[in-house]
Design a protein around this ligand. Structure first.
Ligand code: PEP
Ligand code: MN
Length: 349
């Protein structure tokens, strides 16, 4: 349920209601707007007499959250979630558009990763991506360097100051991956691995959750809810393409319309991965431009200096000069996008 406090409610009034809900066994969170503060609460409604809460000092009204996802919903948390990192980078809300770039897999030679990291840094990227635990469709493909790869990533962070994002595939490995990374990535194939979602929900590390291969919007947001329900509210949603009927020319279908949908339904930051969505290098730059225009908070792309020799996803990896050119172009798109305003009649359409 949502408890809306009066505009004049004091901190004491807010705390009083919050404490009471917690006493009743509810999990609560606060969402402070410019005028109103909202207390979100989930728990067993049978244990609370709504009228007694409604009559507490400065409670304006009590409404139920309509969507099945509660903590992730904008209804119960009108302000955008902004995830702040130690180096000053932030993701979500009105923060600067961010990019995450790097190889699909971290490979044995750390120099290769450092070369990519330098290029990512030079072009203005904020995050270095790279998989050490790889979810491969075939058991005969490269499965990842595991902890050795994480060490290479940590060294690349030392050298460049870039933030690190890497995939975690298993709840048992989650604390290890969290030790090395700034953001934990839960991949598309694991979007509904509920044990993993619960495990990363207990860690104090932001999580980027990729949309499952055929996940509906509700399933996607309920997966985020699993993470948040465990206490970790720093979740980034990532659209990475969904299964369509024709993969002849595109690996998946990039569902860009989900960006405004997610922003309407949820307060969580939204990023887009055109690499896994399209599967082809030449499609990345146009879809990156479209990502900015869709209103997303950021982008993830795969980059490799010699994609023909990449151990995974070479065909969809940008070469370093292509990455730099895309980033230069993107800066113009970002600047142009900032000049646009949505007319009131369209915002409501
Ligand atoms: C990846 O980002 O390396 C990856 C495997 O992506 P996805 O889970 O979207 O397939
Ligand atoms: Mn990949």
């Amino acid at each position: 349920m949502i408890i809306v406090m009066n505009a004049g409610a004091s901190e004491e009034d807010i705390q009083h209601v919050n404490d009471r809900m917690q006493e009743l066994g509810f999990k609560t969170w606060l969402s402070r707007g410019d005028v109103l503060t909202i207390i979100g609460a989930i728990g067993d409604k049978r244990l609370v007499e709504t009228e007694s809460i409604a009559s507490m000092h400065n409670v304006k009204e009590i409404v139920s959250i309509r969507e099945p996802f509660k903590m992730a919903s904008r209804e119960a948390h009108p302000e955008d979630t902004v995830i702040k990192f130690a180096n000053g980078v932030s993701v979500g809300g009105d923060s600067e558009f961010i990019t995450m770039a790097g190889p699909c897999s971290i490979e044995a030679d750390p120099k290769l990763l450092f070369k990519i990291a330098d290029a990512v840094k030079k072009a203005g990227g904020q995050f270095l991506r790279g998989g050490a635990f790889k979810p491969r469709t075939s058991p005969y493909d490269f499965q990842g360097l595991e902890e050795e790869g994480l060490k290479h990533m940590a060294e690349a962070r030392e050298r460049t100051g870039l933030l690190i994002i890497t995939e975690v595939m298993d709840s048992v490995e989650a604390p290890l991956v969290a030790e090395y990374s700034d953001v934990l990535q839960v991949g598309a194939r694991n979007m509904q691995n509920f044990k993993l979602l619960k495990a990363v929900g207990k860690l104090n590390k932001p999580v980027m959750l990729k949309r499952g291969l055929s996940a509906t919007v509700r399933e996607f947001l309920l997966a985020a809810e699993h993470i948040m329900y465990q206490g970790n509210e720093n979740v980034i949603l990532c659209e990475r393409g969904i299964r369509g009927f024709d993969s002849t020319f595109t690996r998946n279908i990039l569902d860009l319309a989900i960006v405004p949908v997610l922003k309407k339904l949820s307060h969580l930051p939204v990023v887009v991965d055109p690499s896994h969505a399209t599967g082809h290098r030449y499609l990345i730059a146009p879809m990156a431009n479209a990502t900015v225009m869709s209103g997303a908070h950021g982008l993830m792309v795969e980059v490799h200096p010699d994609p023909d020799k990449a151990l995974s996803d070479g065909a969809q990896s940008l070469m370093l000069d292509q990455y730099e050119a895309m980033m230069n172009n993107l800066k113009k798109v970002i600047a142009f996008n900032k000049t646009l305003t949505v007319p009131e009649c369209l915002a409501k359409a």
